[in-house]
Design a protein around this ligand. Structure first.
Ligand code: NAD
Length: 322
């Protein structure tokens, strides 16, 4: 069996594949950049499986280059909007993802962002490094408390629920949520309130945190009109996928005081960031690192490798995307 790994991933997953006696071809050239279309098409030739990452656009053209041998594309991510699922189905190629193992890590990063923007940490850090801290000040870098505030979660899946847990149990926040599927058990456990209409959720919240997959129905879910429905004192946090938020509209809203601040881990035109956003102080930006801890990235590599092994040994991989 031959496996193409589009970019270097933690050794734990590679070892599992090599221990099975598979030939593992790693695209080392793409260590610090996305793999190119040519590398993907060349690399996939004659392989049985591809271990792909979210910067790879796995299109019908890429899959065709791997036929007739290619059986599975194992994504090293929970989101799989980088893969043409329709084409995979048509070509009888399995697609898997890595749900669950990154839930806690992404939820922690969501809170790191929420606290960083509410307490103005990057702004204050810059100020301190610039030698501007000359005296303690009663009004120096006033921020916003999280405790007892209202958090609105959009998308109450694995990550959204974990964020809700930290919010309700750790910060005693009131939790509201919007999701096409209500979850009454969760409501009982966390005293959370389901709001069936996103437009009714937005005006009630001090913080909004987004945890939906990128789908046609979630593209620009947060647009100019919806930003205007938020409180002027509210913050928007996005660790889901960039195109869920209209970045131009967000830049305008932050500039004009429509909302107080935002924190983003993901970007509409990744890796590009809308230039206006980079000029603002009331935003925190991280380069898509919400799942980036040593332990979690190793678990993701192992899960992706396990999906490949299960598929190539003729069993249904545990994280098959249907
Ligand atoms: P999940 O499938 O457990 O949860 C997604 C939730 O969104 C589900 O409850 C679903 O019902 C809900 N949903 C779907 N459409 C919706 C809509 N239109 N409005 C509101 N809710 C909707 O997935 P998860 O593990 O919680 O991950 C969520 C997303 O986070 C992933 O799809 C991925 O894109 C993103 N993610 C980002 C990072 C990162 O590094 N920044 C890491 C992991 C996951």
């Amino acid at each position: 069996m031959r496996i193409f790994v589009t970019r270097p991933v933690p050794e734990a997953g590679i070892k599992m594949l090599r221990d099975k006696g598979y030939e593992v071809l790693i695209n080392e050239a793409a260590k610090d950049r996305a793999a190119t279309l040519d590398e993907l098409k060349e690399g996939v030739k004659g392989t049985d499986a591809v271990l792909a990452v979210l910067t790879d656009k796995i299109t019908a053209e890429v899959m065709d280059a791997g036929l007739p041998t290619l059986k599975i594309v194992a994504n090293f991510a929970v989101g799989y909007d980088n893969i043409d699922l329709g084409a995979a189905k048509q070509k009888n190629i399995m697609v898997t993802n890595t749900p669950g193992v990154l839930t806690e890590t992404v939820a922690e990063h969501t809170f790191a962002l929420m606290m960083a923007i509410a307490r103005r940490i990057p702004e204050a850090d810059k100020f301190a490094r610039a030698g501007k801290f000359t005296a303690w000040g009663p009004e120096l870098f006033l921020g916003t408390d999280l405790c007892h505030k209202t958090l609105g979660i959009i998308g109450l899946g694995q990550i959204g629920s974990r964020v809700a847990l930290h919010a309700a149990k750790g910060f005693e926040m009131r939790v509201l949520y919007y999701d096409p599927k209500p979850n009454p058990d969760f409501e009982k456990e966390f005293g959370a309130v389901y709001v069936a209409d996103i437009d009714e959720l937005l005006p009630q919240c001090d913080f909004i945190s987004i945890h939906v997959p990128l789908l046609d129905s979630t593209r620009h879910l947060i647009n100019e009109e919806r930003l205007k429905k938020m409180k002027p004192s509210a913050y928007l946090i996005n660790t889901s996928r960039g195109p869920v938020v209209d970045e131009k509209a967000l830049a305008q809203a932050l500039k004009n005081g429509v909302i107080r601040g935002a924190a983003l881990d993901v970007f509409e035109f990744e890796p590009e960031i809308t230039p206006e956003l980079k000029e603002l102080d009331n935003i925190v930006l991280t380069p898509h690192i919400a799942s980036a801890t040593i332990g979690t990235r190793s678990k993701m590599a192992e899960l992706a490798a396990n999906n490949i092994i299960e598929a190539l040994e003729g069993r249904t991989p545990p994280n098959l995307v249907k």
